[in-house]
Design a protein around this ligand. Structure first.
Ligand SMILES: [Cu+2]
Length: 158
C-alpha cells in the first residue's frame, strides 16, 4: 500500500515538473520580441505541377528581419505539397533546449496551414550576397516540378 502511494506521488511530481517545463517553454517562445511573418499559398498549375505564391518576396534585412521570422504555408488544394528553399533553414525550438536548425523543407497536407520558424542567423550574416547586397533564395514544391518557371524567389536586401 505504502509503495503504491509513493509511486503515485512520484508520478504526480514528474507530471508537474513536465508541466512546469512546458509552461516555461511557452513563455520563452512568447518573449521573442519582434516577429516578421510571411504568408505563402500553393496553387496547382497546368500539367500536374504546382507553384507557391507570391512568386517573389523581398525581405529587408534591416526593417523586416526581427528576432523571429515566421513563414505561414497554406495549402488550399486537394493534395500534399512541400515548400523547399535551398539555403534557408528551419529553426526548431523544443522546450528549454538550445534551438537547432535543419534545411527548410516542409510538408503541408491538403487543406492545412503550417507555421514554420525560419532561422535568421545566416540571413543577418549575409555571406553569399551579390554586388548589390541582395541575396536570393528560390523556393518550390519538389513533388510537383522544380523547373525554373515554377520556382519562386525570396530576395533578402539590405
Ligand atoms: Cu506539390
Amino acid at each position: 500500500m505504502h509503495r503504491v502511494m509513493k509511486r503515485v506521488e512520484e508520478r504526480l511530481l514528474r507530471s508537474s515538473l513536465l508541466f512546469f517545463v512546458a509552461m516555461t517553454g511557452n513563455c520563452s517562445t512568447l518573449a521573442v520580441g519582434f516577429v516578421t511573418e510571411f504568408r505563402f499559398v500553393i496553387h496547382d498549375v497546368e500539367g500536374d505541377a504546382a507553384a507557391w505564391s507570391p512568386r517573389e518576396v523581398v525581405i529587408h534585412r534591416g526593417a523586416d528581419l526581427g528576432e523571429t521570422l515566421l513563414f505561414v504555408l497554406e495549402n488550399p488544394t486537394a493534395r500534399t505539397h512541400v515548400l523547399e528553399a535551398p539555403g534557408l533553414f528551419e529553426q526548431i525550438v523544443e522546450g528549454p533546449e538550445a534551438p537547432t536548425v535543419k534545411p527548410l523543407r516542409v510538408y503541408v497536407p491538403p487543406g492545412e496551414t503550417v507555421h514554420v520558424r525560419v532561422s535568421t542567423e545566416r540571413l543577418k550574416r549575409t555571406p553569399g550576397m551579390g554586388a548589390s547586397g541582395t541575396e536570393s533564395f528560390q523556393f518550390f514544391c519538389p513533388l510537383h516540378g522544380h523547373e525554373e518557371a515554377l520556382r519562386s524567389t525570396i530576395r533578402v536586401s539590405p
